[in-house]
Design a protein around this ligand. Structure first.
Ligand code: TXA
Ligand code: MG
Length: 337
């Protein structure tokens, strides 16, 4: 973390009111949600929203999610609110689900990346909700990481990512879900799942009573082991900023570790099931075996290993089941960040 990094502030009522005031003045506030920390700006202020893209180093055609405090506010942002959206909102909000709807005419193209649709969600976190209520409007907020890096799930991760490019960081502790929200597109035609998350496809289908379309690219299977760990396309985690990382099937992991150790490599291992001994060359971080708990600590663990200046991070391939879908998606696709 640079010496100019903003120190997180405990999110008590005064801090939250101060943060709302900063938002009103067009400044940037990082805040906790149940999924990951968001980098927020007044969604009605194009200059403030433009500052988000600058702070993140994100291309301006990547649309942002507008966070709102209540279902009634949907009408401030969406041209029409389809029945399906209302059903999902009543069942899952506040919660880790974002919906893409056709935008209202006045919504700034800066927020929507120039698209005719807008992403919306009510986060399930007391600090986020208190901030939204105190501010009284929509808050545009992507994950509070630099573009293509790991999403922050603790306030200090935000300081490490954004330094002083943010005006205030509200500290609300570690995020409960740990991976970004499920995104569903309800802007026309059949509903489509755009990003898997904690709320599963089945849960959504059960509410809507129809089958969802899914992203055209299914979750990638574990890549085969290659001799050249730096071969392009072999990196399972494209967004690991300095350390190459790849998934490895459990049965191949011990051999792989031995092979790399013999080659003098320093290795980090993210396992959840296999018992592996730690040595001077091998740093093990064991995550819980249950998917939801694994997700909760996943980004923190990845970040921790990434800070150790290792040669490679090996990730024990999780099961390819629905419960693990969001994790497999994040392991397989940089685009999800
Ligand atoms: O859990 C979350 O959703 C977190 C917290 C902070 O709420 N936010 C988050 O935002 O993950 P971000 O910007 O890192 O990811 C949002 C994703 C992006 O991939 C973006 O392309 C997509 O949502 N998105 C937003 N608006 C969209 C739209 N109108 N059409 C299609 N995709 C959209
Ligand atoms: Mg993101």
């Amino acid at each position: 973390m640079s010496k100019n990094s903003i120190k997180p502030v405990i999110a008590d009522a005064d801090a939250i009111n101060h943060a709302a005031d900063l938002l009103r003045r067009g400044r940037l506030v990082a805040f906790p949600t149940e999924t990951v920390y968001g980098l927020g700006a007044d969604a009605g202020n194009s200059d403030a929203v433009a500052a988000i893209f600058k702070a993140k180093g994100r291309p301006t055609d990547h649309p942002l999610i507008v966070h709102i405090a209540d279902i009634d506010s949907l009408g401030d942002w969406a041209a029409t609110v389809p029945e399906a959206a209302l059903k999902l909102a009543h069942r899952f909000w506040p919660g880790p689900l974002a919906m893409i709807l056709n935008k209202k005419a006045g919504v700034s193209p800066t927020v929507t990346g120039g698209q005719q649709t807008v992403g919306l969600r009510i986060p399930d976190h007391p600090v986020a909700l208190a901030l939204l209520r105190s501010f009284g409007g929509g808050v545009a907020a992507p994950s509070a990481n630099r573009f293509c890096r790991i999403s922050p799930t603790q306030a200090l991760h935000v300081s490490a990512e954004l330094g002083d490019a943010v005006d205030m960081i509200l500290d609300g502790g570690a995020c409960r879900v740990g991976v970004e929200s499920t995104i569903i597109d309800l802007s026309g035609g059949k509903p489509r799942l755009l990003r898997p998350g904690h709320i599963t496809q089945q849960q959504i289908e059960a509410v809507l009573q129809i089958e969802l379309l899914t992203p055209s690219t299914p979750a990638a299977p574990a890549p085969e082991i290659s001799e050249d760990i730096r071969a392009p396309g072999m990196m399972a985690v494209h967004y690991a900023p300095t350390t190459p990382a790849m998934r490895c099937r459990a049965e191949l992991l011990p051999d792989r570790i031995q092979h790399l150790t013999a080659a003098g490599k320093k290795i980090g291992v993210l396992n959840y099931r296999l018992d592996i001994a730690e040595t001077g060359q091998v740093r093990i971080l064991r995550l819980p075996e249950q998917a939801a708990s694994y997700a909760q600590s996943f980004y923190t663990a990845l970040r921790e290993l990434d800070n150790l200046q290792l040669d490679i991070i090996l990730i024990e391939q999780p099961p390819q089941t629905e419960a693990w879908r969001a994790i497999n998606d994040r392991l397989g696709k940089a685009a999800a960040l």
